[in-house]
Design a protein around this ligand. Structure first.
Ligand SMILES: [Fe+2]
Ligand SMILES: [Fe+2]
Length: 464
């Protein structure tokens, strides 16, 4: 056997292995089982890649069977056996480069945000953290305290990139301020005391970094939500904040878009499938997530209590691919522990009941897997309200006494396909941007949907 024949066969083996290993690696990344199963274009591209790898092996097999032929057919087989592994290696390298280059390059500093933490027992107001990121490791100082009181001083022990200052022991309905390294002071108000009326806003799917997203509208909505005179105490972002979660530059743009507003209103993010896609989980954690040192519940799902309202934030990004057994046990334990007279509000990226139509090979309506798995729990434990994104439309639905709100309307291109109306639907508006505006007032809650110009398009009341 000549040296070139040996080289060709070694190349064929490698050309078959590389796409398979790469496809398996992608499939195993956080959230990617659902993404690949449910999103036709990605599924097709991975299938093409694996097929090219298999063709490289097919070329090797034919080459081995044909090895004694020195005719034109034998030469064609030899060419095929050379070309297929080269194509397989080039395609895999291209795909890997598409993910890894933006993941490990670009991106700069991201300004401070005020992140909601799990509420420690005995406290009426959730702890908060001032969180920001610097491209280079730096050591920072935070001054914070009641706006008209004595300020506290905290300095990081060493130079780091992810900066995390926890603000604990906060009093309700009190104005606080903070300043990082003597920059201009940011003021914020803590939520009111237990039993007082309070407002919160929720929306997702800003999809910053997608050319079809309306990021100017995203900023307009965030500005309205953070405006002190509008009275919102909390803001929940329902995921898909970044279009490509593996792209540092996009995360920086998202941070620059959100921080001017989320720096002054207590904010919680839930992970969306776009945030964590193709290995984006690490960047999501870096820019929006809680560090492991934050303690409490697992950082991807957590509970936030605000007086008599209990928010359970889940990691449910599409179907059940990210819903771990540990998360399931945790959710049931939380639901069990909430007194029936209190408000139980679940938030996650993916939707449960919804009207819509099929797109990219997946039925974007009544999400069967999550309905079957979670809604019996919601019914059993009297969950009051479930707020989700993922579908880019505004919809309010009710099933088994639970109200479901879809508000995937924070800037990503609105959905327009409607071939199936959910039997649970009360109100649907497609082609609109906006956010859910919820008022908790004793034993009743008002759920409204406001468009990007702050106009109320729908309102319903829920009684305990
Ligand atoms: Fe989305
Ligand atoms: Fe999504």
């Amino acid at each position: 056997m000549t040296r070139s024949v040996t080289e060709r066969r070694v190349l064929s083996v490698i050309g078959g292995v590389i796409p398979l290993v790469f496809a398996f690696y992608v499939y195993r990344l956080h959230g990617m089982t659902d993404f690949i199963n449910d999103y036709g274009p990605l599924q097709r591209n991975l299938l093409y890649l694996v097929t090219v790898g298999l063709l490289a092996w097919a070329g090797l097999a034919i080459d081995l069977l044909w090895r004694k032929k020195r005719d034109r057919a034998g030469a064609a087989v030899a060419r095929f056996a050379w070309i297929m592994p080269v194509v397989a290696i080039l395609l895999t390298t291209g795909f890997a480069g598409y993910i890894l280059v933006p993941k490990y390059s670009g991106g700069g500093d991201v300004p401070p945000q005020l992140i909601l933490l799990t509420t420690p027992s005995g406290h009426a107001v959730p702890n908060l953290a001032v969180s920001f990121y610097t491209a280079a490791a730096t050591k920072n100082t935070l001054l914070w305290g009641e706006a008209d009181g004595k300020l506290r001083h905290a300095t990081e022990r060493s130079a780091v990139r992810k900066h995390w200052f926890e603000l604990s022991g906060l009093k309700p309905d009190t104005q606080y301020m903070y300043t990082v390294n003597d920059s201009s002071a940011v003021r914020f108000r803590t939520p009111p005391a237990s039993g007082e009326t309070f407002w919160f806003a929720a929306a997702g799917d800003a999809h910053v970094g997608n050319e079809t997203s309306n990021t100017a509208a995203t900023e307009r909505m965030l500005k309205n939500i953070a405006l002190p005179t509008n009275g919102y105490s909390l803001f929940f972002d329902l995921g898909d904040t970044a279009q490509l979660g593996f792209n540092r530059g996009i995360w920086q743009t998202a941070g620059d878009t959100f921080s001017p507003y989320t720096g002054s209103i207590p904010t919680a993010y839930v992970p969306g499938n776009h945030d964590t896609m193709l290995g984006g989980l690490g960047l999501y954690q870096r820019y929006l997530g809680l560090p492991a040192s934050a303690g409490g519940d697992a950082p991807l799902y957590r509970r936030i209590d605000c007086g008599g309202a209990h928010f359970l934030l889940l990691d449910l990004e599409w179907e059940l691919g990210t819903y771990t057994p540990a998360e399931k046990v945790w959710l049931e334990a939380q639901l069990k522990s909430i007194p029936p007279r209190d408000w139980t509000i679940v938030m996650c990226h993916t939707f449960f009941y919804a009207s819509g139509g099929e797109e990219d090979g997946w039925p974007w309506y009544d999400n069967k897997a999550v309905i079957n798995e979670l809604t019996p729990l919601f019914k059993k434990y009297d969950v009051d309200l479930v707020i989700s994104g993922h579908k880019h439309q505004a919809e309010v639905l009710r099933s088994d006494g639970v109200t479901y709100v879809i508000a995937g309307t924070l800037g990503g291109r609105p959905d327009t396909i409607l071939t199936h109306t959910s039997p649970a639907s009360l109100w649907l508006k497609q082609g609109v941007l906006g956010f859910a505006d919820v008022t908790i007032q004793g034993s009743s809650a008002t759920v409204a949907f406001r468009d990007a110009d702050d106009k109320v398009l729908y309102r319903t009341t829920i009684k305990k």
